[in-house]
Design a binder for this molecule. Structure first.
Ligand SMILES: NC(=O)c1ccc[n+]([C@@H]2O[C@H](COP(=O)([O-])OP(=O)(O)OC[C@H]3O[C@@H](n4cnc5c(N)ncnc54)[C@H](O)[C@@H]3O)[C@@H](O)[C@H]2O)c1
Length: 488
């Protein structure tokens, strides 16, 4: 089973002709290309450029818990990396251990107890892909054994663990803790962030995100293995939809807005998949940020339809709404992003201009306000260059590529899968002492959002994020089960 998944399954140069995108005229094209160029300049000089040294040695690493996610990371990505060597694998479920060992022709050493694996002093780094409720105990043991850690999201499970992991990190700040929030490593998302920071859509006031599916998450399991295989369905092991899906998207919102929420409220229900599970199967949340910005979030398990969807796959998307336009993003099934200028805003500016000139606005307008259409979108090119900073040939190629993207003849793609990028970057950071983009604070804040969103739905109240500071010492109960069908 995969929960999130499959960011880049399609061929890298798959075209997207015939997707119903209207043609843009030369003026719009030039505007779009220039806008992209401006942001490309930010790309070259802005704060998001990482100048880490190239790894000049091979990092010896191990993985603990190579189940569905772990094996995917091993066989799709890690096995192809020259700057890392998988020397040990550990899983309590021998079938999964065997499958993972086969990825490396049985070269790594196999363990069924991670404490034994951690005694190998030649292992520098550990990748942790066990179920959520085990992230912290395994991470703690790994950090105490002197290892650098990559741990899947969401980073920790309880308020106690938020404080305890921060304390552990403060005692050993040189040991890396990276969380598996791969959107931070996506060139498409980085590019969108640069466009937004350069003012391409004005002031961001709202973000809408959703992850809708028609799936039940259930794995076939005998009674003996029910909890082990279906840990995701039970609150004592899992943070449900908030942890498994929303965690990625609230992190995108935090990143875009450069802040964390100050409160959350929401409604969750267990209304359809009443098969003994106790997590919500549908959630609706509103996060509020300090500047008044809102993240409206929804995740359901009964329908994956997504309005205006241009690409196949999950009903997964983040829409960033600014005062001058919008950006739509998804990483599923592959990275896709569009920038839309707000036609209504443009019309209003035209109107104001014409009134100033003493002209008749209605006569001068091609479309009245009441019929203003959604603006034509510009595909976001994750590989864009600054046309003012490159040579003639590269500049021509950039404009040609942009033209083809806007015509729908080509689809922009990022050259490296973000999952590959996050893992490769982790190994490089271990070798060079670099700092991850998705570092411990990113991971902890993300986990807090997961915990407090669940709490807000459980207790049917607005939860302030500051409350996390009082939790964890006092043993706040986060996980009381909802009554099936109660809608809460
Ligand atoms: N970043 C992403 O896009 C993404 C995608 C999918 C899953 N995940 C995360 O990855 C984690 C794992 O999810 P999954 O779907 O692979 O779960 P899974 O159940 O398929 O795999 C977990 C593995 O851990 C093993 N395990 C359990 N207890 C263990 C222990 N004490 N010692 C060693 N191994 C142990 C299990 O036997 C299993 O093989 C979750 O936190 C999930 O949220 C992240």
């Amino acid at each position: 089973m995969q929960t999130e998944s499959h960011t880049h399954d399609s061929p890298p140069h798959e075209t997207q002709s015939g997707v119903g995108r209207t043609e843009i005229d030369r003026r719009e094209f030039a505007k779009g290309a220039t806008g992209l160029g401006v942001a490309a300049a930010t790309l070259a000089h802005g704060p998001f450029v990482r100048t880490s040294k190239a790894a000049d040695r091979v990092v010896r690493y191990a993985m603990i818990g190579p189940g569905s996610r772990g094996r995917r990371l091993l066989e799709r990505h890690l096995v192809h990396m020259q700057h890392g060597e998988c020397v040990a694998l550990c899983d309590i479920y021998e079938k999964n251990l065997r499958r993972a060992l086969e990825v490396f022709d049985n070269a790594p050493k196999g363990y069924t107890d991670y404490n034994d694996l951690l005694q190998d002093n030649s292992i520098e780094a550990v990748l942790i892909t066990v179920p959520l409720y085990l992230h912290f105990p395994v991470m703690k043991a790994a950090l105490e054994a002197g290892k650098h850690v990559f741990c899947e999201k969401s980073l920790v499970f309880t308020p106690e663990e938020v404080h305890a992991l921060r304390a552990l990190h403060e005692e050993r700040p040189d040991q890396i803790i990276q969380v598996g929030l791969q959107r931070r490593y996506s060139k498409l998302y980085q590019r969108a962030k640069q466009l937004i920071d350069s003012g391409a859509i004005g002031n961001v006031t709202h973000i809408q995100a959703q992850w809708h599916r028609n799936t039940n998450w259930r794995r076939k399991a005998s009674q003996e293995f029910e909890d082990q295989f279906n840990w995701r369905l039970y609150r004592k092991y899992s943070g449900g939809l908030c942890a498994e899906l929303m965690s990625h998207q609230v992190d995108v919102a935090d990143w875009i807005l450069d802040q964390h929420p100050r409160s959350v409220m929401g409604v969750g229900g267990l209304d359809y998949w009443r098969d003994g599970r106790d997590i919500y199967d549908n959630i609706n949340l509103v996060f509020e940020y300090a500047g008044g910005q809102k993240l409206q979030y929804s995740s359901i398990m009964t329908n994956r339809h997504i309005a205006g969807r241009r690409v196949p796959g999950d009903g997964c998307r983040e829409t960033i709404l600014g005062t001058d336009g919008a950006i739509e993003l998804t990483l599923i099934p592959y990275g896709d992003g569009m920038l839309y200028r707000d036609v209504m805003k443009v019309k209003m500016e035209d109107q104001a201009q014409q009134e100033n000139d003493g002209e008749n606005w209605v006569a001068g307008a091609t479309v009245g306000m009441d019929t203003a259409e959604q603006g034509d979108g510009f595909p976001i090119d994750p590989e864009a260059v600054d046309p003012n900073a490159v040579g003639f040939v590269e500049k021509e190629l950039f404009f040609a590529r942009t033209w083809a993207y806007n015509k729908g003849i080509l689809r922009p793609t990022e050259d490296v899968d973000p999952e590959y990028a996050e893992l490769s970057s982790f190994l490089t950071d271990v070798a060079t002492g670099g700092r991850p983009r998705a570092d411990i604070e990113v991971g902890l804040q993300d986990s807090v959002a997961v915990m407090l969103a669940n709490l807000a739905m459980d207790q049917q109240r607005k939860v302030d994020f500051i409350e996390i500071e009082q939790m964890g010492g006092g043993g706040v109960q986060m996980s009381s089960a909802p009554e099936a069908g109660s809608g809460a």
